[in-house]
Write a protein that binds this ligand. Structure first.
Ligand code: SF4
Length: 442
């Protein structure tokens, strides 16, 4: 179980392997196993019914020797959104499960941990690496686990926009990078005097930037940016959403966006979003409220959902809402599907009913609640395989995460910076992360 009290409450001691829930994008499981992991995947897929009785002894046969080999120097981490029961498995093996803010600090706060293995998306492991001590090594169980929101805000897309904006606004421009960005974007934020933020502290970071009268470029989630502006009571007319990165990439000019609107704007929103969270609507929320349910959503949801919901907050906020709800409470949660399933199990133990906000058993509601496909690419074979390969000294080089790494999730090609470039990036990205920590802890 997690020893850090800021981690999630313990899961049940027994593990129930629930059926897979739908994911928002389609994935073909074996496509995501690189050569080194295929033997583990084949063994896993051949387990009878993949029930706990068959999966756990199989996992133990690989994980326990690795735990014994590395002892206290090993730290396992997972994000709340992990599918495939990874959350419970990581807890079973003594690891920690939390949100991206708490995860980011783990290497720095645990200097005795020399090998850090994260089951989450690549940018989360990279953030751990950015703040790690020199003698700590960070690994991600599947380097092809990206984030669709982050993929639409690569440095080759964001940099041309920043160049244009800096040419017009000079030092008045400040980039605020959501945690869901690569280290390269966090470094851009750092170099403009900006900071990183998470869904739990975005309002504090944006308020800090406003006090300095900066024109803010908020990257990459337009919804979190807009919701934060609304939460802070900012004039929404003074927000400008930049061109859709999916169709326009970096090929647009400030003139096309409109110089007058840009000059007036207090905050510019990069146009990316998360498909897992943009399915939630005011209509869904009203349906649950009409049945007497409390509704809570994550701030990556659309503004209409945020405005209609009874509560809005980060994964940690949502988790705590379930843990602290009185017996008999009914809560519909709008966020990632695996998280809601785990919250439902946790709630049931306390007499609290939890449902996924999008799962409405009535015609006219077309969306089923879904999980994050890219997070789900970290599954039991990747966990067992990486720990076994690490113990044998044969860990795939691609699983090692250094600051500035960019991995193409289709091909697995990794673009790695030179040491000098990496040092500069680490310096700039740490500035933005440390500013966030300072603002959050203040
Ligand atoms: S849930 Fe959305 S924002 Fe979070 S990792 Fe998945 S794709 Fe990215």
């Amino acid at each position: 179980m997690p020893s850090d009290p800021s981690f999630a409450s313990p899961s049940p001691s027994g593990i129930t392997l629930a059926p897979q829930i739908p994911i928002c994008q389609s994935d073909i499981p074996l496509d995501w196993y690189s050569q080194e992991f295929k033997p583990y995947a084949e063994e896993y897929l051949a387990l009878p019914d993949r029930t706990p009785e068959s999966v756990l002894p199989w996992l133990d046969s690989y994980v326990q020797p690795a735990l014994e080999h590395f002892g206290d120097s090993l730290l396992l981490l997972a994000h709340y959104y992990m599918g495939g029961e990874i959350v419970k498995l990581v807890e079973r093996y003594g690891g920690g499960v939390s949100d991206s803010y708490v995860l980011a600090l783990q290497a720095r706060q645990n200097p005795e941990k020399k090998i850090i293995v994260e089951s989450a998306v690549h940018f989360m492991a990279e953030t751990v690496a950015l703040l790690a001590h020199d003698d700590q090594k960070v690994y991600v169980t599947n380097p092809k686990a990206g984030c669709t929101m982050e993929m639409l805000a690569k440095d080759h897309m964001v940099l041309p926009a920043v160049d244009q904006l800096q040419e017009r606004y000079g030092d008045d421009l400040m980039v605020i990078a959501y945690m869901n960005t690569s280290g390269r974007i966090k470094a851009i934020a750092g170099s403009t005097g900006g900071a990183v933020c998470t869904s739990s502290n975005a309002h504090k970071v944006v308020a800090w930037a406003r006090k300095q009268n900066k024109k803010i470029l908020f990257v990459p989630d337009q919804h979190l940016g807009r919701n934060t502006a609304w939460k802070l009571g900012m004039d929404l007319e003074r927000l400008v959403t930049l061109p859709d990165p999916k169709s326009r990439g970096a090929s647009w000019t400030l003139e096309e966006v409109g110089l007058e609107a840009l000059d007036r704007a207090e905050m510019l929103l990069w146009g990316s979003s998360c498909g897992v969270h943009t399915i939630f609507s005011e209509k869904q929320i009203q349906w649950w409220q009409a049945q007497g349910w409390q509704t809570l959503v994550h701030p990556e949801s659309r503004l209409e959902a945020v405005q209609a919901a009874d509560g809005v907050g980060s994964t940690k906020y949502l988790w705590n809402a379930v843990l602290n709800a009185p017996k008999g409470a009914k809560i519909a949660i709008g966020t990632e599907g695996h998280f809601v399933r785990n919250a439902r199990i946790e709630g049931a133990k306390r007499g609290v009913e939890v449902q996924h906000l999008a799962e409405i058993p009535e015609p006219g509601f077309s969306h089923a609640g879904c999980g994050c496909a890219t997070m789900s690419r970290n599954d039991p074979p990747h966990l067992a395989g990486l720990l076994d390969l690490l113990r044998r000294g044969e860990a795939p080089n691609l699983c090692r995460v250094l600051a500035g790494d960019v991995v193409d999730e289709g091909t697995g090609f990794r673009d790695r910076l030179s040491e000098a470039e990496r040092n500069q990036l680490t310096h700039d990205a740490r500035l933005s992360l440390e500013r966030m920590i300072e603002i959050t802890e203040a």
